[in-house]
Write a protein that binds this ligand. Structure first.
Ligand SMILES: [Zn+2]
Length: 93
């Protein structure tokens, strides 16, 4: 079991922690719902519905306009994880 990586860190939907779990993108679906697609290094891809009321207003605006907001590019997942872990572990010292 890995994580939490810092005190008070909240797990993602699947129970794992950033940066094991990274946000790939948020999408607005044709039926008007918002979904978030995440990649977990332990359990793979997840897709879950977002609560529009709880979302950042700027993000909602962007999603309404563009339909998709990319978080982490798929080809950069491992790089981003490495960097994030470095940053988190140096903080703990
Ligand atoms: Zn997971």
């Amino acid at each position: 079991m890995s994580g939490p990586y810092f005190k008070g860190q909240q797990p993602s939907q699947c129970g794992h922690y950033y940066p094991d779990v990274l946000r790939l993108r948020d999408e607005k679906r044709e039926d008007g719902t918002f979904v978030r697609i995440t990649d977990c290094s332990h359990c793979g891809r997840h897709e879950f519905q977002l609560d529009v009321q709880a979302l950042d207003k700027a993000l909602v605006r962007k999603l309404n306009k563009k339909g998709v907001v990319v978080g982490t590019k798929e080809e950069e997942l491992s790089q981003v994880r490495e960097k994030a872990l470095e940053r988190l572990s140096s903080k703990q010292k």
